[in-house]
Design a protein around this ligand. Sequence first.
Ligand code: FAD
Length: 427
Amino acid sequence: MKYLIIGNSAGALGAVEGIRRLDKAGTITVLGEEPYRAYSRPMITRLLKGEADVDGIAMRSPDYYRSMGVELVTGVAAESLDLDANRVSATDGKSYDWDRLLLACGSKPLVPPVPGLADLPYVTFLTADDALAIRERVVNGGCRRIGVIGGGLIGLSLAEALMDMGAEPLIFEQMPRILPSIISDGVAGRLAGMLVDRGLAIYAGSGVAAVEKTGAGYVIRLNDGSMHEVDLVAVAAGVRPRTELVSAILPEGARYLPVDAGMATGQEGIYACGDMVSLPEQLSGTSKPIPTWPNAYMGGRTAGYNMAGGKADIRVALPFNAFHYFNIALATAGCSVAVNGDETVVWDNGAYREVMLRDGRISGFAALGDIDNGGLLSWLMRRGADVSACGAEIAAPDFSHLSLSPELRRELEETVKEGQNEGSGSY
Ligand SMILES: Cc1cc2nc3c(=O)[nH]c(=O)nc-3n(C[C@H](O)[C@H](O)[C@H](O)COP(=O)(O)OP(=O)(O)OC[C@H]3O[C@@H](n4cnc5c(N)ncnc54)[C@H](O)[C@@H]3O)c2cc1C
């Protein structure tokens, strides 16, 4: 069997490991546009800060691809797919065949149509090379005040690293609050207050109207008329799935490539995973993008296992994020805000927490400051456990397995035991 994987990141690693569960002999080729072996994208902040080189944030050892029987082709992008011939043409002038194909192309930065922006040498923050380029501008190019357009996860992680380097980032977020897509007003307001206390400049609620060149730097003009001088503009306004290769199989009007829970695209022998797909989300069952590292890895692993003849569904099809920004812990999962009559249970005493309940079951939560029992809340949410008997205690930082009914506690203990026996999973 010939396996071809396009993209060399979280999804690809999962796929290689999923394939090798069942098929030790098939040939696996991985085409990666970037010139590196797979590295941790969340850790590119370490490159920016000069704490590591790209090898230092690699996800697997230098020997990994050889030991897994993988031909890794780096610095080469797939350019077009021939779906009739099962063949990909690539930028090295060669073509690559497949019996089973995995698309794991991830995402690219979304650059908003702000007047003046396209003419500037702005930077983005998605890849190792992006991080190294920003480092060069800060360390050797004298850039100190950096305008970051976008107050989402990528903008905040960039801002944190820049502050650690002694630079002065300014966050511009058009929505009234930071992290608009993953937390509620209550959590965002508290988090923003903590970040401002740590010295971060946040301008939320007014979009960028234009960016203009001035002398040695730039002026960012907001819709509210205020002007901000910066030395460098960084665009962190979100990401778009890289579906350019699959336009022929993308449903009309869809931005993400839909897959089923086994990561199949519906095209014979073609699977996809990670940031470029939408997949049945576990709680609602509706098809949604879940652009997180664990989802990409587990999606790849599920796809690989199925490509090699197995039959499995992805296990973690649920939005879950846990971060430490500016030494503040934040965990979020599921729905970020209460909808359609959901109840929100709030804990606001030292730590701040919101747990959303739908018909007595957890539909989402956010924990700020103390995230210790985030794993337990996630398990209860995935399990669809009825927690109505827990009352307000469900949002307390000391809510623990001891607070559960004896039946749920037994089930949790079984799950933990199973997890320990299976290691990283049975597929
Ligand atoms: C700064 C930052 C911080 C993050 N922090 C977190 C975090 O804390 N927690 C978390 O869960 N997630 C985080 N993420 C998101 C996480 O990194 C992604 O969800 C994950 O990397 C997606 O994996 P993927 O395999 O789908 O694609 P990607 O990691 O995007 O990789 C896709 C690869 O495919 C290559 N490629 C694309 N098209 C082609 C082609 N035609 N031919 C060959 N190669 C191609 C690309 O060059 C790229 O190397 C963060 C992301 C960033 C940028």
